[in-house]
Ligand binder design. Structure first.
Ligand code: 6PG
Length: 267
């Protein structure tokens, strides 16, 4: 059986408010890590949800831009599609347009997954880059200061899709993962690496995620069909940043000033 873990969730009425909460979390985690360890190592997800957060972080009229210690931030990705960086589906490409082109993050601090390579080669290259950046020795596991995740309506997170090989990848930092139902390959961090982070946070929005979020949090433990259930940090914290639509099946009190803060024990 899995490790029991406490989950804290915050619910805001709208996606825009979730994005602001996520930008605040990003900045706070970066500041804490930079002040404590001299640098902040954060892994971000792609997809559509994080785009508004990236835009807020890059917006100099917003309070987050000035808070982020950009020169001390080392930015990684949780996963990537096997496409070139300028492809419309590239997670890096989306982040570049929404944030990287507008912030003073040194190029050397940007650790993208080279989706233009063959999948296995991309995974090997990324794993080597992480090992170098974290100065890992032997079988050491990297400890990210923050990992930001999304969740698909099929229960996947990162590129850990139901019934795929990556769900069983142990002893690796990053792997190539064949996703038959999408007839594609992805490159992803493995779930043990995600669980080794100091903080893991899901950003989940929209009514389309309501049922899968309820099933992942409150349903039977079945990570083969609900891979997001694999995410149970070993010693770090797990939080969810949700809008009301995604959180509609969870205990909530919309009558109080947002965010509503709830907690659950995942058995
Ligand atoms: C990706 C992401 C993926 C994403 C979920 C949710 O490469 O697409 O890393 O894991 O977080 O699919 O995507 P949305 O935010 O678009 O719902």
């Amino acid at each position: 059986m899995p490790r029991a873990v406490s989950v804290t969730y915050a619910v805001w009425p709208t996606p825009a408010e979730v994005a602001a909460g996520a930008a605040d979390l990003f900045a706070s985690a970066a500041i804490t890590a930079a002040n404590t360890r001299g640098q902040a190592r954060i892994a971000i997800s792609g997809g559509t949800t994080p785009k508004a957060m990236f835009a807020l972080l890059a917006d100099r009229s917003q309070p987050y831009f000035a808070r982020v210690p950009w020169e001390k931030l080392q930015l990684f990705w949780v996963d990537e599609r096997t496409v070139p960086p300028d492809h419309k589906d590239s997670n890096y490409g989306m982040t570049k347009a929404a944030m990287l082109d507008h912030v003073p993050l040194p190029a050397a601090n940007i650790h993208r997954i080279q989706g233009e390579l063959e999948p296995e080669a991309a995974a090997d290259h990324y794993e080597a880059e992480i090992r170098t950046s974290f100065r890992l020795e032997g079988a050491e596991t990297p400890t990210f200061d923050l990992v930001l995740l999304g969740m698909g309506d099929d229960g996947h997170t990162a590129s850990l899709f139901p019934h795929t090989e990556a769900l069983h990848a142990l002893g690796r930092i990053a792997v190539a993962n064949r996703v038959e139902k999408m007839d594609t390959w992805r490159v992803t961090l493995t779930w043990p690496v995600i669980n080794h982070a100091r903080r893991v946070a899901f950003l989940i929005e929209g009514a389309g995620k309501r049922d899968i979020l309820r099933d992942v949090l409150l349903g039977a433990y079945d990570p083969e069909t609900k891979p997001s259930q694999l995410i149970r940090p070993a010693s770090g914290t797990l939080s969810l940043l949700l809008d009301a639509a995604a959180a509609a099946a969870l205990p909530n009190d919309p009558g109080q000033p947002p965010p509503y803060i709830g907690s659950l024990e995942l058995k």
